[in-house]
Ligand binder design. Structure first.
Ligand SMILES: Nc1ncnc2c1ncn2[C@@H]1O[C@H](COP(=O)(O)OP(=O)(O)OP(=O)(O)O)[C@@H](O)[C@H]1O
Length: 275
């Protein structure tokens, strides 16, 4: 049984999935999945590898459409949006994907200016002010003229964050924001996600495998089990969950209900013909 959170996050949900089913071809990844992301808070989506976390982000961003159920952003059904509505919705969203790399032939400044040039008619002077403000927010105003090849991985992640918030989004989605970062850069990135979220009143959704950092950062945690929510609530509530899958997950145990094998034909079928 999924754990019941003490406060009902759907009361002020920014994003809601209602009975969502989604698969790639034959492979069903999400089955009747319902969850709510509270507004103005940091929500972590965690779970076993391949459990569908990135797929959930793609459904919220409208890159995929649910095959059953509804994905609601600000109460609007993403699956029913026409291209113009999708475009308008995405303008209010920032997305920071692990490999959503910077444009390598553009300076740090131009990388952050890019969405402003694409989506607004702001005059050059204002673009400069906004870019420098966003770079200042991530501590990199002084790095404006450098190329991505001249900055560290941690700095590049911060530039990508400045770019993701360039248009003052209401919602920012982070897919593995800590992957590959050293402990100091990781702590800085987590602090930035929290501080910027608070300063801008953002709803943040963080998909991460980094259990300790993510539990420290998040207000609300959702653990995906096979196709559905295994537990959700505050980090403390989720830590205390009795669900065997959640227990395995929060204690990082190698054995438990989370399968090691990707679904495959039976061993007999694959090897039965061997002498
Ligand atoms: N474009 C695609 N085509 C086919 N299968 C896909 C595609 N994208 C993802 N999958 C499959 O869907 C399942 C869920 O993938 P997803 O990336 O959403 O999981 P995840 O929980 O984010 O995984 P991880 O934590 O390892 O990044 C996986 O089994 C994956 O192999």
């Amino acid at each position: 049984m999924p754990d019941t959170p003490t406060a009902d996050p759907s009361a002020s949900a920014h994003v809601e999935l209602r009975g969502v089913t989604f698969g790639y071809g034959e492979r069903v990844v999400l089955q009747d999945l319902s969850l709510a992301v509270p507004r103005g808070k940091v929500t972590a989506i965690m779970g076993a590898s391949g459990g569908g976390k990135t797929t959930v982000l793609r459904l919220i961003g409208g890159q995929h459409r649910a095959q059953g159920g509804q994905v609601l952003v600000d109460g609007q059904d993403v699956g029913a949006m026409d291209p113009a509505q999708l475009y308008a919705m995405r303008r209010r969203m920032g997305m920071l994907f692990q490999f959503g790399a910077l444009f390598t032939d553009m300076s740090v400044f131009e990388n952050v200016a890019f969405p402003l040039r694409e989506h607004t008619d702001l005059p050059e002077g204002l673009i400069r002010d906004v870019v420098l403000m966003k770079l200042a927010a991530v501590g990199l105003r002084g790095a404006r003229d450098l190329l991505p090849s001249q900055i560290s991985g941690g700095m590049a992640r911060r530039v990508a964050l400045a770019r993701a918030i360039a248009l003052d989004p209401q919602l920012v989605m982070y897919d593995e924001p800590f992957a590959g970062l050293d402990p100091i850069s990781l702590g800085t990135a987590a602090q930035l996600i929290r501080r910027l979220g608070q300063a801008m009143g953002l709803t943040s959704i963080v998909v991460s495998h980094d259990l300790e950092e993510t539990f420290r950062l998040a207000d609300h945690v959702i653990i995906l089990g096979p196709g559905n929510v295994a537990a959700q609530g505050t980090p403390e509530e989720v830590r205390a969950s009795q669900d065997p899958l959640v227990h395995q997950f929060v204690r990082a145990l190698p054995t438990g209900p989370v399968p090691f094998h990707y679904p495959a034909p039976s061993v007999a079928e694959d090897f039965g013909g061997l002498p």
